[in-house]
Ligand binder design. Structure first.
Ligand code: AMP
Length: 220
């Protein structure tokens, strides 16, 4: 049975939405690197101060910051039965760092208990998805102004608070994030193929269909 999940894919591929669902079903922590970094920015921590400039430019935050944040998070007691990594690793350097973290971690998992899932989707449909993305600052629920609209315009269905747009979801920064993805993150597909951990799903379908395919490949 899989316990440690790495979700890989371009920005806006839907891995956050799918992670949320899987984490609830399996009762495993959803570790969203982007959100952890944004929390550090909000709380004005030293890490947050470093991260801000990189996030605003659509670039990867330096490895020292991300590695510390992730290592601390996966060492917590709630990760003893597994966890889902959403947005980490994002480069070969980070994947190598994760291997080291696993070696030194108090929570050990066998190779059969780990999987890297690639959300395959053409990037041209994603820029539109990103610029139309809105989220609830309270519960984190994600909406899309075209395909997943809130019941009351601009308000979260669950919390009724005003939805927000991420600063880096503008068209200009989104394009830079795809460039970073192509240069830094895409090579991870070969990396995890060689590690024999990679499975691939078609992420260019509706949310329920993607989830069904995800569950199928995880059970195969
Ligand atoms: P996300 O919320 O996953 O789209 O991430 C938003 C931004 O956070 C990215 O564009 C990066 O600037 C930063 N970020 C998220 N995950 C990582 C990571 N693993 N390594 C470096 N920077 C990251």
């Amino acid at each position: 049975m899989k316990k440690v999940f790495i979700f890989l894919g371009p920005p806006g591929c839907g891995k956050g939405t799918q992670t949320d669902r899987l984490s609830k079903e399996l009762n495993l922590p959803h570790i969203d690197t982007g959100s952890l970094l944004r929390e550090n920015i909000k709380n004005e921590t030293e890490f947050g101060k470093i991260a801000k400039g990189f996030i605003d430019k659509g670039q990867l935050v330096p490895i020292e910051v991300v590695e510390s944040v992730i290592n601390e998070r996966i060492s917590r007691p709630d990760c003893k039965d597994g966890y889902i990594l959403d947005g980490f690793p994002r480069s070969i350097e980070q994947a190598e760092a994760l291997k080291k973290m696993w070696e030194n971690s108090a929570h050990k998992f066998s190779k059969d208990e780990k999987v890297a899932v690639y959300f395959d989707i053409p990037t041209d449909v994603l820029v539109e998805r990103l610029v139309n993305r809105r989220s609830c600052p309270k519960c984190g629920k994600i909406y899309n102004l075209k395909s997943s609209v809130p019941k009351v315009e601009g308000k979260c269905d669950i919390c009724s608070v005003e939805l927000i747009q991420r600063k880096d979801d503008t068209r200009e920064t989104a394009l830079l994030r795809f460039e970073t993805y192509d240069n830094e993150t895409k090579p991870l597909l070969d990396f995890y193929k060689k590690e024999e951990l990679l499975v691939q799903i078609n992420a260019n379908q509706g949310i329920d269909a993607v989830y069904a395919e995800l569950k199928k490949v995880l059970n195969d």
